[in-house]
Design a protein around this ligand. Structure first.
Ligand code: F6R
Length: 261
């Protein structure tokens, strides 16, 4: 795992977008794993700008989102399909047929989860997966106690997640209580992971995810098992990390990061 500390939210999101752009330019057929949430909005703004100003080409890439609520129509403003259309898909030249989210309206949800996993396999697996982190440490909707080898499945949302996401629904009572999410095992199989966390509300959980013991209670800690995972944070989200100087030293000295400094 690598930790990269950027001065502010904007710089952190810009770095994530520049890494995505570099991977996409190197491999136009990139299979890109996407996340939703407030933190990712800035990343998508940068990618849209790069598409418009720098001709970043999405025409051959495919996308797979981490998760989708159960029971929401794609047209529902709170569905993740709607989020993705609004923040990214409709502004870039990705082929809509190559954009994938789990179908939270499927009559057989277990079958839908198996279909989603099979589809990821059919596309050759995910090359680069974007991740946010919930206040309780989830990645995707892998809530506390998610098995380290879990696959795409339906999960009940925890009270912490309900509270975190309720404002956009206008209250917890209007919110779905379940979501389909890629599993921890699914995420760990992606060839590269980029986790972005910003703001002081994430500081405590980021420190646990990076410097704490691996535990199914905090699914982000399992990224310590991943061979190629970068955690990109702003100063606020980094504030509880003990080894900040070490992380800064690595970022300053690793040739891989020359072009991103
Ligand atoms: C959403 C997802 C979640 C979010 C996380 C952070 O697709 O996978 O794990 O990334 O809840 O959300 P924000 O950025 O809103 O704090």
């Amino acid at each position: 795992m690598e930790v990269i500390i950027q001065p502010n939210q904007e710089a952190a999101a810009s770095l994530v977008a520049r890494i995505v752009a570099k991977e996409l330019r190197a491999n136009p057929h990139l299979v890109l794993g996407l996340a939703t949430g407030k933190t990712m909005e800035r990343v998508y703004r940068h990618l849209v700008r790069m598409h418009k100003e720098e001709k970043l080409d999405f025409s051959l890439c495919s996308t797979f989102n981490l998760d989708e609520y159960v029971g929401l129509f794609p047209s529902d403003p709170n569905s993740y399909r709607h989020y993705m259309e609004h923040h990214l898909f409709r502004h870039v030249n990705v082929d809509p047929r190559n954009t994938h989210l789990p179908n939270g309206l499927a009559t057989d949800l277990d079958e839908e989860c198996r279909r989603y996993e099979a589809m990821i396999q059919r596309f050759g697996g995910i090359d680069l997966q974007l991740l946010g982190i919930g206040k309780a440490g989830h990645i995707g909707f892998n809530e506390p106690l998610s098995a380290l080898r879990s696959r795409t499945r339906v999960k009940a949302l925890t009270p912490t997640t309900m509270k975190q996401n309720a404002p956009s629904f206008g209250g917890e009572e209007k919110m779905p209580r379940r979501a389909i999410t890629m599993g921890v095992g699914t995420i760990l199989e992606c060839r590269r992971c980029l986790l972005l966390a910003t703001g002081d509300t994430k500081a405590e959980v980021v420190a646990k995810a990076v410097e704490g013991p691996i535990t199914s209670m905090i699914s982000a800690t399992t990224l310590q098992l991943h061979a190629r995972c970068s955690v990109i944070v702003d100063e606020e989200a980094a504030s509880h990390l003990k080894e900040k100087d070490y992380y800064r030293w690595i970022f300053a000295n690793e040739p891989e990061w020359d072009e991103f400094r």
